[in-house]
Ligand binder design. Structure first.
Ligand code: HEC
Ligand code: HEC
Ligand code: HEC
Ligand code: HEC
Length: 145
């Protein structure tokens, strides 16, 4: 977005093959990403992050002594159920990698700026670390206590 609150449509092409039409409520072909394979390949073009959250030696600490070896895996039954419950309570998206069904970077992070998308896709945009939690406890989306 520019300072006047207008969308800079050209910037979409950094990540998308075309300019997505945000007025339609279904995915158009322009949403296809510029990088083939898994979604995470796109993020790795500019970000070299270690495994996280809750991985040993990762950028985020674990809240206990329990570590996660890798978050980019297919959610098991309990986690899938938790995600569904969270989506009922919170007006957000938790997209998995469409090819593999695995948790991926954009499951937790919103790559868009606030105001670009309407509805669920806007939740968490511009919040700290671009987390889709928008201030809520992100871990609780998938791990319920
Ligand atoms: C940093 C990379 C990046 C940029 C820049 C970007 N997008 Fe995206 N966009 C993604 C990724 C990754 C997804 C897939 C995740 C998802 O479905 O939310 C996505 C998904 C979408 C979706 C589908 C979301 C939904 O509601 O299902 C729309 C619409 C979209 N982008 C529009 C745009 C527009 C418009 C722009 C430019 C103003 C833009 N994007 C810029 C990475 C980006
Ligand atoms: C073309 C390069 C580029 C790509 C591709 C890209 N990013 Fe970024 N990203 C940036 C830049 C530059 C910033 C810093 C922007 C700022 O300071 O406002 C950033 C900021 C972020 C932040 C906030 C970091 C912080 O410390 O607060 C997160 C999280 C993030 N990106 C995740 C992603 C994810 C997830 C993807 C893949 C969908 C992605 N990025 C793709 C360039 C990129
Ligand atoms: C399960 C949720 C989750 C997934 C999946 C995830 N992240 Fe994060 N990410 C976080 C959290 C939480 C933080 C905040 C870390 C902290 O507490 O310092 C973070 C922080 C970041 C930051 C800021 C780095 C910094 O030095 O502060 C970037 C950039 C980032 N993630 C990119 C990515 C990329 C790229 C991927 C995919 C390879 C990814 N994330 C996958 C939850 C996630
Ligand atoms: C999008 C869903 C999602 C989010 C958000 C998420 N996790 Fe996870 N987490 C998973 C998945 C999937 C696994 C792997 C579970 C399995 O298959 O055993 C996992 C595993 C773990 C494990 C390993 C122990 C275990 O219970 O299996 C820890 C520790 C963990 N996560 C901590 C965190 C923390 C801390 C946060 C918040 C910063 C977080 N997670 C956010 C999905 C998520």
């Amino acid at each position: 977005m520019n300072d006047e609150g207008e969308v800079l449509w050209g910037v979409c092409l950094v990540c998308h093959k075309g300019v997505p039409d945000t007025s339609v409520d279904k995915r158009d072909e322009a949403i296809e990403l510029r990088v083939g394979g898994e979604y995470k390949n796109l993020c790795f073009k500019c970000h070299t992050v270690k495994k996280h959250p809750a991985a040993k030696g990762s950028i985020s600490g674990s809240m206990s002594d329990i570590y996660a070896s890798d978050h980019l895996v297919e959610p098991n039954k309990i986690i899938s159920l938790n995600m569904r419950l969270s989506l009922k309570e919170v007006y957000t998206l938790l997209p998995l990698d469409p090819e593999t069904g695995k948790v991926t970077c954009v499951t937790c992070h919103n790559p868009h700026e606030k105001g670009v998308l309407k509805g669920r896709g806007d939740w968490g945009a511009d919040s700290e670390r671009r987390l889709r939690s928008e201030g809520l406890e992100i871990c609780q989306y998938c791990h319920r206590k």
